[in-house]
Design a protein around this ligand. Structure first.
Ligand code: SF4
Length: 214
């Protein structure tokens, strides 16, 4: 199957079967999403969603967060992975937001990466989810699912994955495509044993065709 056709079929399937595709992190403002995404590195969204309600009650904005010490922040996030590093990042992020961005979360991915704890992937998530910009963050799910379906070929790095995906996904669908691939990877095309028996992408999936010698 030609790549263009595969993309068209897969995108149509997601549009029909997953019309609503959003982050599972709970947030009410760009600041809250930024905190949640920083906490979500190597941690499940479920765990982050348990941590953030009391966190946001105590630190409702960048000012309150910047004014507190990392030890207090640590108390609120200690059930998360890498809590010490994340407490330092959150504190530094809040201070940088106030000092350099007037307390407002920027939409530009280069500016976002000036914030402690924010790498390219996090910056792309914020740009895409908060500002609906065509930024595509490649996490482990996006990388694996794109490869299995056959949306990418021999992509060894997240950057190469992005390049190949951006060639074929219409720009207005990029924020959604990010969540389609993440959610599909989280619940169906799981890492260890993909659940091909319940997957609607079987007719166009390269991995399924190869493993079943179709
Ligand atoms: S058919 Fe299997 S390998 Fe292909 S996308 Fe679906 S779950 Fe993943």
């Amino acid at each position: 199957m030609r790549k263009k056709e595969r993309f068209e079929k897969v995108i149509s399937w997601f549009q029909a079967n997953m019309p609503v595709a959003e982050t599972e992190l709970k947030y009410n403002s760009p600041y809250e999403l930024l905190v949640a995404v920083i906490l979500s590195a190597q941690c499940t969204d479920k765990r982050v969603n348990m941590i953030t309600p009391p966190f946001f009650e105590r630190f409702p904005d960048a000012e309150t967060l910047a004014a507190s010490g990392t030890e207090e922040i640590l108390e609120y996030i200690k059930s998360c992975s890498y809590p010490n590093n994340k407490a330092k990042h959150l504190s530094g992020m809040a201070r940088t937001l106030l000092e350099e961005f007037n307390g407002e979360v920027p939409s530009d991915t280069t500016l976002l990466q000036k914030l402690p704890g924010v790498g390219r992937k996090t910056a792309n998530v914020i740009a895409s989810v908060v500002f609906d910009l065509p930024a595509l963050a490649v996490d482990t799910h996006v990388f694996r699912v794109s490869k299995r379906i056959g949306l990418t070929t021999n992509a060894k790095t997240p950057l190469e994955t992005v390049r190949q995906l951006l060639k074929h996904i219409p720009v207005e669908l990029i924020p959604k495509a990010h969540h389609w691939l993440i959610l599909h990877g989280r619940y169906v095309c799981v890492a260890r044993k993909p659940k091909c028996n319940i997957c609607g992408l079987v007719p166009w999936c390269r991995y399924f065709a190869e493993t079943n010698k179709l």
